[in-house]
Design a protein around this ligand. Sequence first.
Ligand code: NAD
Ligand code: GLY
Length: 376
Amino acid sequence: MRMDKRQEGREIRSMTAVEMLTVPVEVANSSYEVRIGDGILSDCGEMIRALHRPGRVAVVTDTNVAQIHLPAVIVSLENAGLDPVVIAVEAGETSKRLECVGTICDAMIAANLDRNALLVALGGGVVGDLAGFAAAVYFRGIPFVQIPTTVVAQVDSSVGGKTGVNAPGGKNLIGSFHQPSLVIADPTTLLTLPAREYHEGFAEVVKHAVIRDAEMLAVLDPVDRSGLTALIARNVRIKAAIVAADERETTGERALLNFGHTIGHAIEQTGGYGRFLHGEAISIGLHAALRLSVRRAGLPVSECERVVARLRDFQLPVTIPTDLKTDDLIIAMGRDKKFVTGAVRFVLTRQLGSAFVSADVTVAEIAAVIDELRKH
Ligand code: NAD
Ligand code: GLY
């Protein structure tokens, strides 16, 4: 892939037949690039070869993506002189568990992959989080490359180095920070997503709009896919800036990315993995966080309704089914990493585009909003 000399800030535009945008993620000791462009999947071998010596690489994917996008990746890796070892897990959130990390590591040991190996995570957020965690612990840490193939993964989960799995007691409770060496996001891979899986990813896009970029709400279109490369880059820039400022979520800045996730994760877990897709649960969580923002932070009701309308445009759920009991959701929230014992830390927003962490939201207020969302 040929690069030209034009630069926008630190971003690089490549002027090949298709445009590739490159967004840097600048974190201490492990900065990397997110490359975004139609068709770049077929260049992944060359890009990975530039980071890695010839030889074996583990390619972790899921059973759906293996059928659709794996062949192009294998051809590209082999053409670049790499020898892929494929490890496919069952598609779906239930694969994001510790046992599957063991399965991946065992398969890598069986293939004689050692500390010099590289792992490629090809798939959605489930594969990225799971395989990224396997890379974090295999031989105490090997490099990995993310090739995200869902909207969630391209705009959010492949960037920032949060890897991990769910525990029986809650979402993402076992994990590690492990930044990828490179992210290769090809928006044409999103064309094969079923409509439901395509739409769910826009919950994280709406989240980015609410916390940092209110103007983005106006450009979101559930039908027109022509601006996807620019839209993905816009989201990656938001996430990259936050991650660069607070890689380990210690200052509160990165916590803003959890807007809608405290209640969203509780809904995902209490509903049983598979009932709601991740983005669907987050969509309901966003609505709850917006309503709490109206109550506690002075967010105008009209702004809350504007965001909810965008979520509905993408056919995302915004109400809580009656069978999910408030008490069960509160208990699930108590297990969430974001629900700090004693004082409930909750991300709110006073206006769209300017979120903050509040330390004094009460459990009673959260329960009241959950009840409100059942009637809405
Ligand atoms: P997913 O990985 O389960 O993918 C959704 C479905 O789409 C799966 O069935 C998958 O097989 C299929 N699929 C993937 N790519 C496809 C393609 N191109 N064509 C056809 N089908 C395809 O789910 P997701 O929504 O991508 O990710 C959700 C996960 O991401 C959750 O576990 C969530 O916790 C995690 N997440 C992590 C972070 C982070 O910062 N690490 C951020 C957001 C979400
Ligand atoms: N998805 C939340 C984070 O990356 O911090």
